[in-house]
Design a protein around this ligand. Sequence first.
Ligand code: ARG
Length: 461
Amino acid sequence: MSKLWGGRFQEEADARFARYNESFSFDQRLFSVDVRGSLAYAEAIAEAGILDEQELHQIQEGLRALLERGASDAAWLTAGVAAGAEDVHSFVESELFKLIGSVAHKLHTGRSRNDQVATDVRLFVREAIDAIDAQLVSLQRALLDVAEANVDTPMPGYTHLQKAQPVLFGHFLMAYVEMFARDLERFRDARRRTNRLPLGSGALAGNNHAIDRGALAKALGFEEITYNSMDAVSDRDFVIETLAAASLVMIHLSRLSEDLILYTSNEFGFVEMSDKVSTGSSLMPQKKNPDALELIRGKTGRVVGHQMALLTVTKGLPLCYNKDLQEDKEPLFDTVDTVIESLAVMEIVIRGLKVRREKMLAAASRGYLNATEVADYLVRKGMPFRKAHEVVGQIVVLGLQQGKEIGDLPLDVFRSYSPLFEEDIFVAVSLEATLAGKDVHGGTAPHRVKESILRARSRIS
Ligand code: ARG
């Protein structure tokens, strides 16, 4: 396949280098945004007097035909790789030439692959963010539905993975809704900076043909244009920001996976995963493994690695465009695919979760999760908290020695530690009172959790 830059060269490229240099095997993924960018650019240079009416029409017809073929004929793109296309931009140009002849060669006037690829990647990222956005909303809906159904299911809350205080399972799930809501904000914020048009920056210095960049931006749905051509062709901040948001959403998915993997284990038994997202063992007939969650946790490593790769690729680059930047694409594409698939799989896991209410309830009822309530009870009766903490510590030691929960000790035992204890201590240490007591915004009291579910629902609707 002929090169876009052959004139200055007298020797053929080394075959091995040509393979090393080509990006069409992966940047064909930009095919449709590339052609759409060219459709808009053709208008811009026609407006600037480079194309007459008929030439513009020919180019537009040709590009539309390519767009259609690209959408239906994957083998055509694969064949392009085999035929040695250097990148998506050269492929489109040479295919357009095959269709409409030499007028195709007017299209690249004033444009460089540098501002072209920067535009393509921004269009791609913008669409990818919108797809991730939709998945994030959908996963939040699933979490909200399961949280709502479990708004009165108590479970142990943990710190240091040791039983701490009881919470509602709905409250636990809502913690992740909050994380995913922040992820959504981050992607939407990155989208604002992505949605600026670099086209018209040329190779690095600008465009000689007085094209209307504002109109071009409008035609391609960009909110703004970029204001420095040197920056515009070498800026990949928007990719890195997107990968950073992607790393965080994967980290949240990974933490949720880890929690649920623990909770599906026999030792916890709080939830069971649907067969639809579990696998068995080739050897041990009894096994049901949470592979979906383990894969999400594992794929987090890839995405974090991609972010690190791109930070490293860009760190020492002089202005302006350098071929290093071709290395932005594979990490970006893989990240987008991984995030979308992971969010979708997590949604299936969440919707299919069987909640073992009795197991959670039993676990929340044992293990001194109400010790803090006893201290607060004494505080309400006038004892300084530090002293109350000490007293309750001693009561817990006694309970441990006798194999009894706090609520199982008789009143006279309580009173041997402090005369402040009265009959109402038994209500105060009940699971219901313990939960209901956390009656602040963001607390686990049942009506507060319902409140936060409503707030989250209105936020995403
Ligand atoms: N394939 C290249 C990339 O992805 C396109 C830009 C090439 N520009 C150039 N001057 N060689 O970055």
